[in-house]
Design a protein around this ligand. Sequence first.
Ligand code: BGC
Length: 768
Amino acid sequence: MKLKHCFIIGASILLASCGKNSNSPQQITNQASPEMEQFVNDLMSKMTLEEKLGQLNQQVAGKINTGSPQDTEIGQALVNGEIGSVFNVIGIDQVHELQQVAVEKSRLGIPLLVGMDVVHGYQTIFPVPLGLSCTWDMEKIEKSAAIAATESAANGIAWTFSPMVDISLDARWGRQAESAGEDPYLGSQIAKAMVHGYQGDDLKADDKILACVKHFALYGASESGLDYNTVDMSRLRMFNQYFDPYKAAVEAGVGTVMTSFNIVDGIPATANRWLLHDVLRKRWGFRGMVVTDYASIAEMQTHGMGELKENSVRAIKAGTDMDMVSRGFISTLKTALDEGLISELDINKACRRVLNCKYKLGLFDNPYKYCDGKISQDVTYSKPHKDFARELTAESFVLLKNENNLLPLKKSGTIALIGPLTEARSDMAGTWSVAQDYEKYSTIKESFEKYLDGKAKVLTAQGCNLLSNAKTQNIIQQGHGTQPIPRVDDAKALKDALSIAKKSDVIVCCLGECAWMSGEGTSRSNLELPEPQQHLLKELSKLKKPIVLVNFAGRATVLNWESENIPAILNVWFGSEIGDALCDVIFGDKSPSGKLTVSMPRATSQLPLYYNSLISGRPVADGNPDYIIFNSNWQDVSNGPLYPFGYGLSYTTFEYSDIKLSAPEMIEIGSIKASVTVTNTGKVDADEIVQLYIRDIYASICRPIKELKDFKRVTIKAGESVEVEFEITSDKLKFYNSDLDYVIEKGDFELMIGPNSRDVKKVNFKVI
Ligand code: BGC
């Protein structure tokens, strides 16, 4: 069954149906045109208090059904002007129907703002955001967001709850899949690219939609990687490690911000005035609308913060404008006003921000602008979109190991394709693919067979169960509306797999996570391959045949045994075109070029693990083999990651020259240049992602061992070299000091350039 209107979100189950910048990005949110002010003033002067509160109320909305809309609960609420926004409605007919009721049957005819979690594509699905980030390709990431906007806009959607920019250092947290990984600089570049991709320069354009940066703030720092868990962090760390991507989205003109579920400084983000008012609005100048996360106001009661009315008051006073599904604003704020707990100004401010969004999108000019069926047919999952998704998906793969150049494989002989993900069609798109239409997507098996037709023989077997726990697997898969990967008799499945493997020249294993083993509410305490999959791989490896492990993941996973025993490992991150993209890379039409944006640990217990850490007083080098007593290291595992941040192999090899500096010193407001020559020393043309890291050696507060400050993706022909140059300006050297001032401190800096965060060339310079 395709579960489209029945979508499980979060803890609650509800039924529902270095990018290019714009010329002046902040215009989109910051400039209130006189015409808009006039229009919204006029409209608000006609609105009753109830109608204003209605604009602040967001609901999940299924199809209204035929017949009188007033007959349904949602229809009646729309007629009464009690809903300002709905979300996760699939299909223009449904959107049209809802919009029609709001516009034609409610007293003032205010159009609805229709949102959706278009997190990595609408129906053309790109890799999960973590995978997208592994491309480090800002132009293409922006284009993926633009395609998502085009398809969404053509299907009734005016607003996406994306980009998610939460820094994520702990892969036990399943929502790492939706993030850009562990780095604030890279995360900021991606945030900008995505906001511009969705919104463009003019929100009134037919193919542009409103973006929503989420989850503000610090959601990725949930203790022990347990979803929705407590966050407790110093403000210094917030500003230096976590805030930049949100701020970058604001600077790029993001129209809306979503609060996070978690507590910040003891107060849930949704009611945290310091966060929403002092930081977001005052310090960063955000002028757009703030929406809560799903039921966040209601959940404050569970957090131990009192009743719905009290919490609704707290939320609106903190700066929250729209209440996602809690029904707190609509049901309690009138009484709160009567009791003097809030003022009419509080409600007016929020209402104005909601109406401004609708105005900027042009919904008052044409409420049906997103409901043109002809455009929908032309653009949804169109050939150009699919082709681009295939290209970008291939770019996201990270080659972790390739002993004796096992990859690329020959397009001949017999290939055994084994593993529970080989034929798992509905899992291919990955987590949070609300509008996916998986019947249109190929399985890995289908892609291989099509690609190798007439050239090589493909034999397939499931080989094992996805998980040993059938009940958990059932909850994961059926709960999210994906087709269950069949449960099999492990012994028989293994026998079948071994039998086809024996007849084959090479084994390709499609193992790892299914779609919803990462994403919301998917914390895992052990990030190794699930036990039945590990067993299968171990048995196959005993055959001593060449094996390629294709590791499906929505997070950093642990591949210790695999890295020692399996000759080739390719990490892949889902997407509707993953099957074809995999063929392009595995058979050598394209060289892999993705680089990790999260550190892959040696053991789950090392988490949180990240490259830009502070340095202890007794540090031990990464990878040091022996335990050192009274030092900062583990007794049972070496320090540092198995595969570091920024790491990824290619079918060619690159050599880096020493770094040349234009000068050994720079003045605070000046700049210097650093360059390296990168040579493609292999036999194929390929892309390399050249990374620049900087360390502030002495400062008034402890500074990280290194921080990414720039990168360049370059194409280098076999045998050729390119010079890659970076400009170091004061911005790359600044940090927030103990007073939270953004400063540069004079003194010694270390500059590093390399193919990943571990293997870098180094040079020192001074700021005078
Ligand atoms: C998630 C958000 C999402 C929202 C609406 C919540 O459970 O945390 O990321 O945008 O649901 O679907």
